[in-house]
Design a protein around this ligand. Structure first.
Ligand code: GDP
Ligand code: ZN
Length: 297
């Protein structure tokens, strides 16, 4: 959505529309939403795949007639069909806090999206320290991409992981998310202004999220997702959001179906993994949250 009642729709280069006058294989249309959709309360989100009617190639206008079923749906930021969360943390300035990182990881794991962990500011620590972090995170079950936006290091492997996917950035402030967006999509400012110009009213009327095309293929939301994650998982699901615990549960079962992996007999999750302590703390939080919810009238 560009503004409340306008949507910028990009045509796919599908065989059906090969004969249409596409410029550089891409055509952006400014579309309205058909009244019928408004009546049935069908919203249009950024990332939606839509069918359009009444296409006017001269004025580059059209009308959205149908919204195709969504694969995924995020509320913050509001994006449909996202494939993955790119969680960005800094290795230094601010220094990497395993507890805070785990919070974000658990939040990301609790969505149905894939996860790509990206550690920025590699230029501020030694090779040896980088290696140590790699090892720690591998033990947690992750395969992080180390980058330096400033030195432009590691951006190619990152782009490789963003290829052909719709990605949403997440992470605390100060880790370099805006710097990364600006580096990957140099034309951000320009493109936003271009669209606003057409509408004659500027970009400030509605805060909009936009998906930008990446140089190696794929789309990236210009607005980062959760930067203060609320943990609202079901206590019995929490262990599945830790890869170390999830791996165990894929191969074995605890004696009780609703095991919380604290002091139950014959538990396969409890035990000697580094983040087990974090798990217990998050579990307490999840239980407290659930109890608070149950007490609400
Ligand atoms: P955001 O809050 O996550 O959007 O972070 P910003 O993009 O605003 O960056 C915060 C600060 O980190 C800025 O001063 C950046 O210049 C700096 N920064 C970003 N990337 C790097 C990097 O790769 N190395 C170093 N040393 N500093 C960086
Ligand atoms: Zn258990």
């Amino acid at each position: 959505a560009v503004q409340a009642n306008f949507y910028q729709v990009r045509l796919d280069l599908t065989p059906d529309i090969e004969k249409t006058p596409l410029d550089n294989g891409e055509l952006l249309l400014l579309c309205t939403r058909r009244t019928r959709l408004k009546k049935i309360g069908q919203t249009v989100m950024v990332g939606d795949r839509v069918l359009i009617e009444e296409v006017d190639f001269t004025d580059k206008r059209g009308a959205i007639a149908q919204v195709l079923p969504r694969k995924t749906e995020l509320q913050r930021p509001p994006v449909a069909n996202a494939d993955q969360i790119v969680l960005v943390f800094a290795l230094e300035e601010p220094s990497l806090d395993p507890w805070q990182l785990s919070r974000f990881l658990v939040k990301a794991e609790s969505t149905s999206l894939e996860l790509c962990l990206c550690l920025n500011k590699a230029d501020l620590i030694s090779q040896q320290q980088q290696q140590q972090w790699q090892e720690v995170l591998q033990q947690w079950g992750y395969d992080p991409v180390l980058i330096s936006v400033v030195k432009q290091d590691g951006l190619k492997p990152l782009l490789e992981r963003l290829k052909d996917k719709i990605s949403i950035l997440a992470g605390p402030s100060g880790v370099g998310k805006s710097s990364l967006i600006n580096r990957l999509i140099p034309a951000v400012e320009q493109r936003v202004n271009q669209v606003s110009g057409k509408l004659q009213r500027g970009r400030h009327t509605t805060r909009h999220v936009e998906l930008f095309e990446l140089p190696g293929g794929g789309l990236l939301a210009d607005t980062p997702g959760f930067n203060q994650p609320e943990l609202d998982s079901e206590p019995t699901e929490l262990a599945f959001y830790f890869p170390e615990a999830r791996q165990r549960l894929e191969h074995q079962q605890c004696q009780f179906n609703d095991c919380l992996h604290r002091d139950e007999p014959n538990c396969v999750v409890r035990g000697n993994w580094e983040r087990y302590e974090y798990y217990l703390k998050f579990l307490e939080e999840a239980i407290a949250k659930q109890e608070a919810l149950q007490q609400m009238p």
